[in-house]
Design a protein around this ligand. Structure first.
Ligand code: HEM
Length: 112
């Protein structure tokens, strides 16, 4: 009886560890504040992910790097292009909303 209880507890612990590891694997390490960049909308446009250029997108004033995302090949994602402020689009037209932003690194902010 006692053994069965112990086995159950160990199994629960294992499942919890797996859950935590899966959640962490999805979240990139935060970029240190001093390494954050600042770009205007015009400067952001250069980072379109084409011809080997980095692919950056902006949402709510924050800039995200989607260069290494398999979902953003050549800066393209379901008809949307990197190098743009996609705040309205991600909130109103995407099936996932802003939740997916936590899976890509936030690297800076838009400046006016
Ligand atoms: C019709 C529009 C859209 C569709 C159908 C769509 C669909 C998807 C799907 C299926 C994924 C992968 C989900 C997963 O792995 O769990 C994804 C990821 C993502 N989407 Fe969208 N999306 C759309 C628009 C947008 C827009 C406008 C943005 C703008 C910022 C965006 C940003 C992202 C990001 C950052 C990821 C995560 C990429 C990664 O983890 O590598 N999506 N999207």
């Amino acid at each position: 009886m006692k053994k069965r209880w112990l086995f159950g507890a160990l199994l629960a612990l294992l499942m919890l560890t797996c859950l935590i590891l899966t959640a962490c694997a999805d979240t990139p390490d935060p970029v240190p504040e001093e390494e954050m960049i600042e770009l205007t909308l015009e400067e952001l446009a250069q980072f379109d992910g084409k011809d080997g250029r980095h692919a950056y997108i902006a949402v709510d004033g924050a800039i995200y790097d989607v260069t290494d995302s398999t979902r953003w090949n050549n800066g393209q994602h379901n008809g949307y292009s990197a190098g743009n402020d996609l705040t309205e689009e991600i909130k109103n037209s995407s099936p996932h909303g802003v939740s997916k932003l936590k899976t890509v690194p936030m690297i800076g902010r838009l400046k006016d």
